[in-house]
Design a protein around this ligand. Structure first.
Ligand SMILES: Cc1cc2nc3c(=O)[nH]c(=O)nc-3n(C[C@H](O)[C@H](O)[C@H](O)COP(=O)(O)O)c2cc1C
Length: 540
């Protein structure tokens, strides 16, 4: 018997599936006058400008995963760089009189439901305290100054210097456009943002680990969002709290000391959150699902048994790691005449595999739960067809049993967990299951992220969020790898859930596709102009 919370989560999941004959419930039109502001501000706070990077950290693409050899000292400029390379702006775009900002991390519909927070020790010119990051101004808003015991564990004199990094979601920002399915997109976006932060930390030589034992209520208390007067339906919801340390070998604390948590809950908060919309609407199904998968306090996770796996060698990217982070964009159209080389394709998939102590998946401290079902269209040296990348070793047996019996399970490369299931032309099917989006069929390949689903969600409903988070992180790796190899990625949140399962022969809820992605050779739209990310701060 599943708990009522698990039933509520599964109900939400079923009801927000897109079907060929009926999309998940949404407004069905865009109420532009009511569009939520993508930038959260706390008016009345002390605002601390962060310097923009004069120079990017050195390092090639592999350093994103391995981490820089020398760690940057923790100071205001380093915090600025960490945020600029994770949650900062990447460009402004303009077309037809409209202008919009893009960020280092992608977001479904560019609506950006994710907000970032830091708890910092005293740094040069920054008092110790709780801050909200404002990417438009590249500035920190001081919500509360804090002393011992809240920030005691973060004192720069202690070894290693460390701070806390938190993410929240504003469901309304996504629901404005996507309705009930929006909760899923918020979770995916948070996964992208977490991976973006993990990569930025790696380039600075830092570690970033989730504080996995914390209850959501504790995270909300630390971030101050449980006692902030948000407008109704514009509330922020806790996603995660992570510990960032300048010593990559330092073991993360199992949790935060009780005294620190208690002190955090008593902090007096400054600042009034800005209104995001004239009329933010309620989406009760989202509220019910979010309540049902709120995380309680949990014991420290068991160590993740993972064999070390060497990096698959392949063609080097000429781009620096920081350049790749800054250039990441979603492809809007792909050139169907261009193929991706086999070696690049394999390297790109290799980087999505979890490895002990390697970014970004080391941040999770939990075994992988998501595998990739690939529709390969144009990879030179590989027959087009349906493939499976087994990211979670333990899934191979259950997937062999659960998927269509006709699949061949032919290894592509000895020792590499990629299998050819079925040869064929899957361009039409890939397009169809991705809500008829051309990019899913015009690229080199597209894929569905298949999570081991029902069993875990029934046992611990909050795992629903963890599965989407992992999918978002995989998406971030795919975006960066596509960019590194001169191609481009696009996250695909719109897909017909059960048509994907049918293509794989999957029945029931034991495995579910939670996110799609496509990679191709980009075709730029000449009508869109690109402007630098922080030109508007020139006069600051
Ligand atoms: C969770 C998620 C779902 C997305 N779904 C789609 C999609 O179905 N179709 C599409 O063309 N783009 C999709 N995108 C891409 C976003 O539209 C894109 O990230 C956003 O416009 C910002 O642009 P940028 O990625 O170039 O910064 C998705 C992105 C994310 C993160």
């Amino acid at each position: 018997m599943a708990s009522p919370a698990a039933e509520a989560v599964l109900r939400y999941h079923r009801r927000t599936k897109h079907r060929l004959d009926r999309y998940a419930r949404s407004p069905g039109y865009l109420d532009w006058d009511n569009q939520p502001d993508p930038f959260r501000r706390y008016d009345g706070c002390e605002r601390y400008a962060l310097p923009l990077a004069a120079e990017d950290p050195p390092g090639g693409p592999l350093d994103l995963y391995e981490g820089a050899r020398a760690a940057r000292a923790l100071d205001r400029a380093a915090v600025g760089l960490f945020l600029e390379l994770s949650l900062g702006l990447s460009a402004w775009k303009s077309a037809g009189g409209a202008r919009w900002a893009l960020r280092i991390h992608p977001s479904s519909g560019n609506l950006h439901p994710t907000e970032g927070y830091l708890v910092l020790p005293p740094l040069d010119g920054l008092p110790a305290g709780l801050y909200h990051y404002q990417p438009f101004w590249h500035a920190l808003e001081l919500r509360a100054e804090a002393g011992e015991p809240f920030t005691g564990l973060l004192a720069p004199g202690s070894r290693p210097a460390s701070f806390l990094f938190g993410l929240t979601s504003i469901f309304w920002r996504e629901a404005w456009k996507y309705g009930e399915r929006a909760f899923r997109y918020c979770l995916l976006d948070a996964g992208h943002a977490l991976a973006a932060a993990r990569f930025a930390a790696a380039l600075l030589g830092w570690r970033l680990s989730l504080l996995t034992t914390l209850a959501d209520d504790q995270t909300a208390a630390v971030l101050g969002i449980d006692r902030t007067a948000f407008a109704e339906n514009e509330e922020e919801h806790p996603e995660l709290l992570a510990w960032v340390a300048t010593d990559p070998s330092a073991p993360p604390p199992a949790t935060l000391p009780a005294a620190a948590l208690a002190a955090a809950g008593r902090l007096q908060l400054a600042g009034v959150p800005n209104r995001l919309s004239a009329q933010p609407l309620a989406w009760p199904e989202i509220s019910r699902a979010a309540a049902a998968c709120r995380k309680p306090e949990t014991p420290p996770p068991a160590p993740v048994p993972q064999a070390a796996r060497p990096w698959l060698p392949g063609p080097e990217s000429p781009l620096s790691a920081a350049r790749i982070l800054r250039r990441r964009r979603s492809g809007i159209a792909f050139d169907p005449r261009r193929s991706l080389e086999r070696e690049r394709f394999l390297v790109l998939l290799d980087r999505t595999l979890p490895r002990p102590g390697k970014a970004p998946f080391d941040a999770l401290a939990e075994p992988a739960a998501v595998d990739l079902l690939l529709f390969v269209h144009r990879v030179a040296g590989l027959p087009p067809g349906l493939y499976l990348l087994v990211r979670a070793e333990a899934h191979e047996g259950p997937l062999r049993r659960a998927m269509a019996a006709r699949f061949r399970w032919e290894p592509v490369l000895p020792g590499f967990p990629l299998f050819l299931l079925e040869e064929g032309d899957f361009r039409g099917l890939a397009r169809l299951v991705s809500c008829h989006q051309e990019i899913a069929g015009d690229g080199a390949f597209s894929l569905g992220m298949i999570a081991r689903f029902e069993e875990g969600v029934r046992r611990e409903p909050f795992r629903y969020r963890r599965l989407f988070r992992e999918c978002g992180m995989i998406g971030q790796v795919l975006y960066l790898e596509a960019e590194a190899h001169g191609f481009r990625g696009t996250g695909i949140g719109c897909f017909y859930d059960d048509e994907v399962h049918e293509a794989a022969g999957l029945e029931g809820l034991s495995f579910q596709s939670l996110y799609h992605f496509t990679v191709g050779a980009p075709v730029e739209d000449p009508r869109i102009t690109t402007l630098p990310p922080y030109g508007h701060l020139a006069a600051r």
